[in-house]
Design a protein around this ligand. Structure first.
Ligand code: DOR
Ligand code: ZN
Length: 449
């Protein structure tokens, strides 16, 4: 198979080229005129690497009435996402045991239409299991979200010691004590889940990460100050392996909703605006945009809830289908450079989560592609989105540019509004083999940023 376009994203820029695809992988990058007749001709449409969303809540097996691996993955590919990672469920089975993980893998392999991966859940009790199992990534919470994933300080310390230092430990940072104190003073969600609660927790986890000399990934940061605090110490790490040089040990993500929405939108969202971490003031959002060069990736935190659940106060927004379209809307509007968008959507997550053969258009990589028409536009209408949530915080927004098609391992999985493959087409994503469990080595004389 051949696909050609005047704008394929190769080596950091858009250029005319023709890709050959063999057995699902990119065989070669050729000149634009290499193959005329047999090529799928994408004209001037952009061909970008498929997006990788490292933070979704696909709700199976916990609450499939909110979402399942089929509807969630359909929403993903319709938004140009070819690989998603599912967070551990909050309640049993919460991806905290080998059986939970195997059950999720079985379910997703028959139901997902795109590539999937799982983050394992850390609890106060399972650090011995984590030590033996060494999953690819781990997730824990610093605040009491009424789930076994809420870790005490001792729980974090046990896991930080037990879990391979080079693998990402994902942390949802909000300081429990600050939240408790805020609850006594305020009723508004944004004031309870305050900026101070986030920042304090980020600082604590950052110093614990440095103490244990281990990799940590900070989930959905909302403040420029948190990004700065999260990254303190990155320059202190001496790479152990040549390919480590490129991979910082402290990474972070931001969500589209923290970039495109603010507390000014709460009125319009009519009580549906509750999310953790919460929306922040417009001035904070502007500062977050300026921090993008220091942010490793965008992740959707796709957290589907029905309108009834939202009305009853459930926090979270659906977002896997609108993530790449929002960033590319910013590209078309010249607010963001295309190479920054691709780094945040594809190569950044692939690097931080050591995903094999994805996140880039180059020979040997999987042919996971997003076909994007910057000249088109569309109106967000939740009734046409694939998530079971049935609503969107961006309802009625006109987004510039449009994801026309999505290709996974060389197969068209989504084209012109239609899903073209059956549940089960998706595969468990491959991640680089375990690279030892030595502690990272601290450099002697380097200064903190
Ligand atoms: O608002 C949120 N909702 N934040 C999270 O971190 C999780 C999520 C959910 O699962 O509903
Ligand atoms: Zn989440």
């Amino acid at each position: 198979m051949f696909i050609r376009s005047t704008r394929i994203f190769i080596d950091g820029k858009l250029r005319p080229a023709c890709l050959s695809i063999h057995t699902g992988r990119i065989g070669g990058v050729h000149s634009y005129t290499y193959m005329k007749e047999d090529a799928l001709d994408a004209g001037d449409w952009m061909i970008l690497p498929g997006a990788i969303d490292v933070h979704t809540h696909m709700r199976e097996p916990e609450k499939p009435r909110k979402e399942d691996f089929t509807t969630g993955s359909q929403a993903a590919v319709a938004g140009g996402v070819t690989t998603f990672f599912d967070m551990p469920c909050y309640r049993s089975p919460c991806t905290c045991t080998v059986g939970d993980l195997a059950a999720k893998e079985r379910l997703a392999s028959t139901k997902s239409i795109c590539e999937f991966g799982f983050h394992f859940g850390a609890t106060n009790e399972n650090s011995d299991l984590v030590k033996r199992l060494q999953p690819h990534s781990l997730k824990g919470f610093t605040y009491d979200n009424h789930s076994p994933l809420y870790l005490t300080h001792a729980g974090f310390s046990r896991h930080f010691a037990a879990f391979d230092a080079k693998k990402p430990f994902i942390v949802h940072c909000e300081d429990e004590e600050t939240l408790c104190a805020n609850r006594k003073k305020f009723t508004e969600h944004e004031k309870i889940h305050s900026p101070e609660a986030e920042l304090k927790s980020v600082k604590e986890i950052n110093s614990l990460a440095r103490k244990f000399k281990r990799r940590v990934h900070f989930a959905h940061l909302t403040l420029a100050a948190s990004v700065r605090a999260a990254k303190i110490g990155n320059s202190m790490i001496k790479p152990l392996l040549p390919n480590e040089a490129e991979r910082p040990f402290l990474t972070c993500e931001v969500t589209p909703h923290h970039l495109f929405l603010s507390t000014d939108d709460l009125k319009k969202l009519k009580g549906y605006g509750m999310v953790n971490n919460p929306l922040r003031k417009k001035s904070e959002v502007a500062k977050l945009w300026k921090m993008l060069p220091h942010i490793d990736m965008v992740a959707s935190d796709h957290a589907p809830h029905s309108p009834a659940d939202k009305a009853a106060g459930a926090p979270g927004f659906p977002g896997v289908q609108t993530m790449a379209p929002l960033l590319l809307h910013a590209v078309v509007g010249k607010k963001l450079k295309i190479n920054e968008a691709v780094r945040l959507l594809s190569s950044g997550p692939a690097k931080a989560f050591t995903i094999s053969r994805k996140g880039k258009i180059a020979p040997g990589y999987d042919a996971d592609l997003m076909v994007f028409d910057p000249a088109d536009s569309w109106k967000v209408d939740a009734s046409t989105l694939f998530s079971k949530a049935g609503w969107s915080p961006y309802e009625g927004w006109t987004l510039r540019g449009k994801v026309l098609g999505t290709i996974l391992r060389g197969e068209q999985v989504f084209w012109d509004g239609e899903i073209l493959v059956k549940p089960g087409f998706g595969e468990l994503v491959q991640r680089s083999p375990k690279i030892g469990s030595e502690r990272l080595v601290l450099r002697k004389h380097s200064k903190e940023r």
